[in-house]
Design a protein around this ligand. Structure first.
Ligand code: SF4
Length: 293
């Protein structure tokens, strides 16, 4: 079985009587020849690495080597711990854990690319928020990672997942879409609802350009991850409420591909446009460049 579209994914879930995560696990076992328990164990190792990045990030006030990021996860952790988050517990915690992971990435710590390093904060943010607020077990989070994997697999095969290829819509957009579908499945939604949430999240980020200041995956990347978690929860809420994307998910992914193809090179991770070429962006680049001379 080779799933090429979200439409095929929904049909396969129905015929196999599995949810998206279970189907991904079954296919991975078939394709790799490994036992399902072995694959679950391998995925749990990734989950543990994700958790370590979150745990380190919420304690670490140090700046990244560039000096342009770092310390914000601690601020957000203190703020949410005081019950001040206007976004509520799910999103407030997801924002905190996302910041922690993305700041760990900027400090050259170990993260799990989901689907890329630049967008590595969104999925752990959402998963560990669900764990904290709904007490999911590690096994349930691992199954969530299989759900995300399947959604990311389809997006990657039909479009792009990297900023250099298709802009930030492909990177933060794909990660947010994967997270939205995963939330829905973890909250008991159907595969159709999970795919619908994927569409709702992705179409909200279409056209987002990749414009990292000084070419570093920090500004605006870290905060885009944070905002991605709130979009993921919003899209999941819409879908679980029975609200449908007017444009089917496969067509949203195709639109993302076409937009990425039309996006100029200056807005695809070259740091030659967008925020990278603002006055402040250029000053940061000059300062970092001079430091290295
Ligand atoms: S701006 Fe570019 S480098 Fe930064 S997260 Fe988005 S795609 Fe990745």
């Amino acid at each position: 079985m080779n799933i090429q579209s979200m439409k095929e994914l929904i049909v396969a879930c129905d015929s196999e009587q599995k949810n998206i995560g279970e189907l991904m696990l079954m296919l991975e076992a078939k394709n790799s020849g490994k036992k399902e328990e072995t694959i679950i164990g391998m995925m749990e190792e990734r989950l543990i690495k994700m958790k370590e990045a979150v745990d380190n990030g919420i304690k670490d006030r140090s700046a990244a080597p560039s000096g342009i990021s770092g310390g914000d996860a601690v601020k957000m952790f203190e703020y949410t711990t005081q019950g001040k988050s206007l976004s509520g517990n799910y999103i407030g915690d997801a924002m905190t854990y996302s910041l922690a992971t993305s700041e760990s990435n900027a400090r050259m710590g170990v993260i799990v690319a989901t689907p890329t390093a630049g967008a590595a904060g969104i999925l752990p943010g959402v998963l560990f928020s669900l764990k904290k607020n709904d007490h999911y077990s590690n096994k349930e989070l691992v199954m969530g990672l299989f759900t995300s994997s399947m959604l990311g697999y389809v997006i990657a095969n039909r479009s792009f997942i990297s900023g250099a290829a298709g802009g930030c819509q492909a990177e933060v957009g794909s990660a947010t879409a994967m997270a939205a579908g995963t939330i829905v499945e973890m909250k008991g939604g159907t595969p159709e609802q999970a795919v619908n949430a994927t569409a709702l999240a992705l179409k909200s980020l279409l056209g987002l350009v990749c414009d990292p200041v000084a070419g570093l995956v920090e500004v605006p990347c870290i905060k885009r991850n944070v905002i991605g978690t709130s979009i993921a929860f919003s899209a999941a809420d819409l879908s679980l409420a029975g609200i449908e994307s007017r444009i089917p998910c496969d067509e949203v992914i195709e639109a993302m591909y076409r937009i990425g193809k039309e996006m100029p090179r200056t807005l695809r991770e070259t740091a030659l446009g967008g925020l990278a070429t603002t006055e402040t962006g250029k000053q940061v680049k000059d300062r970092l460049f001079r430091k290295k001379m």
